[in-house]
Design a protein around this ligand. Sequence first.
Ligand code: ADP
Ligand code: ZN
Length: 732
Amino acid sequence: MTAPRFVAVAVPIPIRRLFSYRVPDSMEPGPVPGCRVRIPLGKRDVIGTVVLSPGDPPPDGARVRDIKEILDPEPAVGPDILKLTRFVSDYYLCSWGEAIEAALPPNPGNRRKVRYVARRAGTGPEQVPQRAVAKRRILESLPESGHPVPVAELPENDRNHLRALEKAGLVEITTVQADPAEPPGTVVVPPTDLVPTPAQVKVLEEIGPAIAGDDWSPFLLFGATGSGKTEVYLRAAEQTLAAGKGVIYLVPEIGLTPLLMQRLKGRFGSQVEVLHSRLSKSERFRAWARVKDGGCRFVVGTRSAVFAPVRDPGLLVVDEEHDPSYKQQETPRYNGRDLAVLRAREAGAVLILGSATPSMESFRHAGAGRYRLLRLGGRVGGRPMAAVQVVDMREEYRMKGEIQPMAEPLIEAISARLSRGEQTLILRNRRGYAVSVFCPACGNRIQCDHCSITLTWHRRDDRLRCHACDLQRRTPERCPHCEEPGLQFLGEGSEKIEDDLKHRFPQAAIARMDRDAVRRKGAHEALLNRFDAGGIDIMVGTQMIAKGHDFPGVTLVGILSADQSLGLPDFRAGERVFQLLTQVSGRAGRGEKPGEVVLQAFDPDHPVLLEAIRQDYEAFYNREVEYRRSLRYPPFTAMVQLLVSDRNPGKAAIWADQLAEAVRMEGQGRLIVNGPGLAPVERLRGKYRQQILVRSAGRRKMVDAVGRALERVDPGVPRRAVTVDVDPYSLL
Ligand code: ADP
Ligand code: ZN
């Protein structure tokens, strides 16, 4: 008999330790690191990943159970990704198993159909008896036919009632194929032979030797919107592939990729594979498997593509590296950009971070010589940046005695575009119709039942929605608080702006792009394609319209409430607004004709607006960096946000006190610890939230101290009550 073999297994649960299992003698050869295994844990079976072997036998007396099944004949997680995920676990204080789970595609299973459900037109909760509480609630919450929701999104208990409701003719259930082919209207453009501009040549001359070499070489590519950065990435990718190495190219959001994909497919054909979260499970799995097998060495995707099993990566590109969507807002709360930096360093690869508005972190690294700064300058072909016209809304109010969401200068500018057959983008960074519902009789603003957030009225389906937890409610006739009629709908969201435009310009083709408008799979791509083809004259939208699109037909960008977010209690508020304004302004005048931006604001003299209007990133950076330095905010410190939440506000407060105390002790006076105090959103999904902010110039020591503090308060402060966010991107 051979000696017993043990392996260490990482399990995707929020406990930061590994578990020992015995490999039964019948399993020959045993699993190697990177293989997934089915193991018993407590009363359940779970899937974990072998990370170390052979493990030391556990201490005497410990009861070690057997592995039940080896799921992968070959490791699903290669050595480089094992190392990367281990880093994620140390850096973001999650378990190694959770990090591995984020790195692997979801198990495809064999569900190939998706079921949707909606209320039949004209039906409602009144049609079931009062005591059928669950059925009434379901009917209450379901949208009417025409806007079906996936059955899988309903709570499990509710799903059990659907059959009966369907039989009663109250709801309709439709089944669609989960796996449609290419989104409709995708055209493949032939490869283009652009002659690089002198600025591109200069930049490529710096990158070229780095690609040919084997050393880690980080670059920050800084160039205005439309300066030809994408073209630089594509050429660098070509060179890397030609040198026999792999490429990972990250983009912030999938809205960006349909057009980019056309450009890529035209040039790289089947050499390139796209990975993102909106693919179906089986699509994702197929793409991932092809990359893993070495059938494809070029991956384009959103943040999780940083874990793509590309062999021997020689180039990592992070486009729009400042973009908040690189930060995952659930465990593990990693930043895809920062992991790209790490992966490139580990692989001895070239890294290109690109942006017109680099993050404060990256620009500071470049200033300190840690990244090589490449300046691409202005737009390709000397095309001018858009001229900006500022509309002082206070002035408008004084003149007119009231406020229209769109002032006269903007309306005139739109009319001019329509008569010339040019396109307009309007940014209104709030979705819904009315931002809040107010009762003038008692002063109440209708809030979510579960969150300290006012509900937004969506007119299309006449519902009130919480933008934090997605609660939906029928619009009441009377104030739920004082029962008086006369509710007022205040503040114009994107839906209202779309409506106003349709009234003003009945002959124009007008569309809206925000999270509501693109819920359906393929809707986003279809909208972009339609806009690109000239089928839309005016597109209204939230920050979604600001992202990297290249629409040559756009000559006007209107920005409503440009200064709205400047007052938010988040040290990054100014940076965010500057980025958004610069990015959206950059959508105007990318084609032959020059562009114009009309910006409406109540505080047009705010420095951030002035800098954005001049498109002067470095002026913004130089001012902002002093503010960050003097108040010791990132990038001068690293930050951890700890949120302690519970349904019982008293418990949340007590636990937060204990945790803050433990952090202070472990930090031995070397950390800045603010709080606990109420989080900016005090209540979310029914839980009260306390916030602790920890900062320090020394990241490693701080993160370790926070890790020890969490252990110290365990189990008095339940781990499930605490959210740990290292390098938080939004404090709201
Ligand atoms: P960015 O990524 O910096 O916003 P792009 O690479 O998308 O810029 O380029 C902006 C526009 O200029 C695109 O329409 C692109 O096709 C065009 N362009 C880029 N490089 C060249 C070039 N060398 N010659 C002609 N046009 C170019
Ligand atoms: Zn809510």
